[in-house]
Design a protein around this ligand. Structure first.
Ligand SMILES: Cc1cc2nc3c(=O)[nH]c(=O)nc-3n(C[C@H](O)[C@H](O)[C@H](O)COP(=O)(O)O)c2cc1C
Length: 196
């Protein structure tokens, strides 16, 4: 790989006033400072996919809608992901599941890290649930994660994240691990591309 690998930070919550946006902006700054990636925020509220409306299984890549072709190109361009995700009713969000289900090959052999948040559980139940889904798509979830309990305590008056040292350390560890897995999985991604 000649240039830096591309990391997409996917915001899994779409509701007005979501905490997901400032959490993603905080992580974006940390990822840029880390230096190992080209970093991009991918906001599912902006992507605005309808509920899955493709007639064919995504593994066929026979997409009929422009929104799917655009989403496919976006995810194809990534080498690694971070899901910034809240916990809704002990699970992960419906927009994230919908966005995942739209595609297949585009996710494969790419690592994914998690920044989760919520109440006492810090979103960890949602992370455990999404791991079952991403491994089905041959993604590699990294165990180093940022888990933010009672997330509102870390939101300042301007709506910005005021992280503690535990969060900062966890973010660095997650990004380091993502960098390792991104490099380790590159040959598998290239083999997939060659076979496509
Ligand atoms: C529909 C819904 C369900 C929720 N369920 C949980 C939950 O199961 N566990 C939890 O810790 N917090 C739960 N919460 C609280 C969220 O963690 C908190 O509102 C958080 O800010 C949501 O993320 P967002 O602001 O990015 O949407 C829930 C919030 C909503 C809106």
């Amino acid at each position: 790989m000649t240039s830096k690998p591309r990391l997409q930070i996917i915001i899994a919550s779409t509701r007005p006033g979501r905490v997901g946006l400032p959490v993603a902006q905080w992580l974006y700054d940390r990822a840029v400072a880390h230096g190992g990636f080209e970093v991009e925020i991918v906001d599912l509220a902006e992507i605005n996919l309808p509920f899955m409306d493709e007639p064919n299984h995504p593994r066929l890549r026979q997409y009929t809608h422009q929104h799917t072709k655009d989403w496919s190109a976006k995810v194809d361009a990534a080498d690694a992901f971070v899901f910034v995700m809240p916990e809704y009713n002990y699970g992960f969000t419906a927009p994230l599941k919908n966005a995942i289900d739209y595609l297949h090959h585009e996710w494969q052999y790419k690592p994914v890290g998690f920044v989760s948040y919520g109440g006492v559980s810090a979103g960890t139940r949602a992370v455990q649930m999404v791991k079952q889904v991403v491994t089905t798509l041959k993604m590699v979830p990294v165990s180093q994660a940022v888990s933010i309990p009672f997330v509102q305590q870390f939101i300042g008056e301007e709506g910005e994240v005021q992280a503690n040292e535990t969060m900062e350390t966890a973010a660095r560890a997650m990004l380091d691990e993502l960098q390792r897995w991104t490099a380790a999985l590159e040959p598998l991604r290239e083999r997939e591309l060659a076979a496509a």
